[in-house]
Design a protein around this ligand. Structure first.
Ligand SMILES: [Zn+2]
Length: 330
């Protein structure tokens, strides 16, 4: 009697229309074993170019992430203890004497008052809108406001900002230093402007522009510079408008971050502490993966997957795949 041909991982995947869970069931093996078989078949096979074509390509992850604006309950649960903070600060302008309206270099001795943080708004990604934190010089006093920022930064695993690496973080750090505070506990930065600059080329890298182009409401309108004047003069109505504006900016980070996720380079690995022994998406923690052929490394190929929940591409990290296969000559 002729022995029945064993189903290969790539074939199983094709039958399962790309779903690793169904494919593993078809082969009668656990999902983790399936992943390593697939990885072996894809990386080892001399016919890999043909095999890549055989793997169904699915763009639904990207479209479903694109459709919705705010993180779902499941998404929040997947993050577990991984805390992603969204933060935005507002500062006062420099104040000084100057001679000309254009092209003037203002020296330090012309400076009366230098820029300082006035307030900040922060919220954990996925937390309820009512959980937004707002601290201001006129509410808490400068030192307590800085302490609140220091505490939040120290508690966060990652911090989402718009231009935080060049602005918000160094401004806060300078004031931490001036107030004899130690550095906040290290956190990973997710600066959205870096993704805007490096992955896209729209007309502007401003948050307001990006938000509107992606179909969200932009920043809250305000009267411009006179608002700062009124806020610093202690006008309570202006301070309230300023608060709304600051909170609005912070909340705007959330849907944009969510849309940006699969494009963000060096995203911190949120699955690092999930305790699962199967591959999970480093960006959103989902185990709902779609096998997607391979990715090229410097000297070898590795099995590649897409996250069906956020659209991130991820690759097999198994070191054992590195050894004999590094000798593949293309
Ligand atoms: Zn994901």
């Amino acid at each position: 009697m002729k022995k029945k041909k064993k189903l290969g991982a790539v074939e199983a995947l094709q039958k399962a229309k790309g779903s690793p869970t169904v494919a593993a069931r078809l082969m009668g093996i656990p999902r983790t074993t399936f992943y390593s078989r697939l990885s072996g078949e894809i990386v080892d096979n001399p016919d890999w170019r043909k095999r890549r074509k055989m793997i169904p390509k699915d763009l639904s992850a990207i479209t479903s992430a694109v459709r919705a604006g705010l993180p779902t309950k499941t998404e929040r649960e997947r993050l577990g203890d991984f805390k992603i903070l969204m933060l935005d600060i507002e500062t006062s302008p420099h104040k000084g004497w100057f001679w000309k309206l254009h092209d003037e270099n203002i020296s330090i001795n012309q400076l009366i008052d230098s820029s300082r943080p006035l307030c900040f708004a922060a919220k954990y990604y996925g937390a309820d809108k009512s959980d937004v934190r707002f601290h201001a010089e006129w509410i808490d006093g400068q030192k307590n406001m800085l302490r609140a920022a220091h505490d939040l930064l120290s508690e966060a695993d990652a911090v989402i900002t718009q231009n935080g690496e060049r602005f918000d973080f160094p401004v806060l750090n300078w004031y931490f230093l001036k107030n004899n505070m130690s550095p906040p506990r290290p956190y990973k930065s997710i600066d959205l402007i870096k993704t805007t600059r490096s992955r896209f080329r729209g007309a502007s890298t401003k948050l307001d522009y990006v938000a509107r182009e992606l179909g969200y409401k932009g920043k809250i309108e305000h009267e411009g510079f006179p608002l700062w004047e009124k806020v610093m003069a202690g006008d309570p109505a202006a301070q309230e408008r300023f608060q709304d504006y600051n909170i609005g900016d912070t909340l705007l980070l959330e849907p944009i971050y969510r849309r940006y996720r699969p494009w963000i380079r060096n995203h911190p690995n949120v699955a690092a502490f999930n305790g699962l022994d199967e591959p999970a998406c480093p960006t959103c923690g989902s185990v709902n993966l779609q096998a997607d052929s391979w990715t090229l490394l410097q000297t070898t190929r590795r099995a590649q997957y897409t996250c069906k929940d956020c659209g991130t591409f991820l690759r097999e990290r198994n070191e054992k795949d590195m050894l004999p296969r590094t000798r593949v000559v293309f």
